[in-house]
Design a protein around this ligand. Structure first.
Ligand code: NAP
Length: 249
């Protein structure tokens, strides 16, 4: 069996839970060294403890805070003597509220984590790659959402933040391609993770009816696509937004 990512260093945000945790598992399976970064260091450590291989670390990061992001990249680059060249932005939050009931602090929280966080991590990562002369065959994968298409009630700000991630991904791909850094977005549908655990059975059933595969997705089904995008197997995919929804109508 070929190993896709031997010798690569990857940094995953939101690595303590759900999709981020599964991404770490598949990256490690493919031979990458993994930095599991999350605001919750305990869950990030649990992720690391579950990985195959040895050169993985857990790291605290608050993606909405520039100094936290810069410190995280500085520490990783020092510890591994090189910057990570695979970056997966999985940290994210959602708050289900009708637009008319949405207050300013909810709005700011969602935009700050989902959109500003993606911006800060991309900017800091690319700076570190350029400084470390490590841009060639690098890959950034941003997790957006099918909600970016704006078809769901109650998630107006979340949808806007995720549409912003798609637009920012596309622009970043135009700016970074010259260095050999690819940037792509993944748009998951309904995936069974702690983020969706509170959704009622009724809503879940309604959602499944709109999916041609008639089921919700598993985090590993998103992780496999992300790891493909991280690898040279996807070397000519750049600026793309790939839906992983089971065929949502
Ligand atoms: P999850 O299980 O809730 O995991 C998200 C992780 O991000 C958690 O560990 C969370 O920590 C962490 N996080 C939150 N804010 C952070 C911050 N400021 N800095 C660093 N880490 C932070 O969610 P998931 O389902 O895996 O979602 C992963 C990504 O996929 C998100 O961007 C989400 O929007 C997107 N997505 C998910 C679905 C789905 O159906 N699950 C569908 C489409 C898109 P805490 O636990 O401490 O909050």
């Amino acid at each position: 069996m070929s190993i896709l990512l031997a010798g690569k260093l990857a940094l995953v945000t939101g690595a303590g839970s759900g999709i981020g945790r599964e991404v770490c598992r598949v990256l490690a399976r493919e031979g990458a060294n993994v930095v599991a970064a999350d605001q919750n260091i305990k869950t990030a450590q649990e992720t690391v403890a579950s990985l195959t291989g040895t050169e993985h670390i857990a790291l605290h990061i608050n993606v909405e805070d520039r100094s936290s992001v810069e410190t995280a990249f500085k520490d990783v680059t020092k510890q591994f003597s090189k910057p990570p060249t695979i970056i997966v932005n999985s940290a994210g939050i959602v708050r289900n509220t009708l637009l008319m009931k949405h207050d300013d602090s909810n709005f700011d929280d969602i935009i700050n984590v989902n959109l500003k966080g993606t911006f800060l991590v991309m900017q800091t990562a690319v700076k570190a790659m350029i400084e470390g002369n490590a841009t060639k065959n690098s890959s950034i994968i941003n997790i957006s959402s099918i909600a970016a298409r704006g078809r769901h009630i109650g998630v107006s700000t979340y949808s806007a933040s995720k549409a912003g991630v798609i637009a920012m991904t596309k622009t970043a791909s135009l700016e970074f391609g010259q260095f050999g850094i690819r940037v792509n977005a993944v748009l998951p549908g309904f995936i069974d993770t702690p983020m969706t655990a509170d959704i009622s059975d009724e809503e879940r059933e309604m959602f499944k009816k709109n999916v041609s595969l008639q089921r919700t997705g598993k985090p590993e089904e998103v992780a496999e696509v992300i790891v493909f995008l991280a690898s040279d197997r996807s070397s000519y995919i750049n600026g793309a937004s790939i839906e992983v929804t089971g065929g949502l109508n």
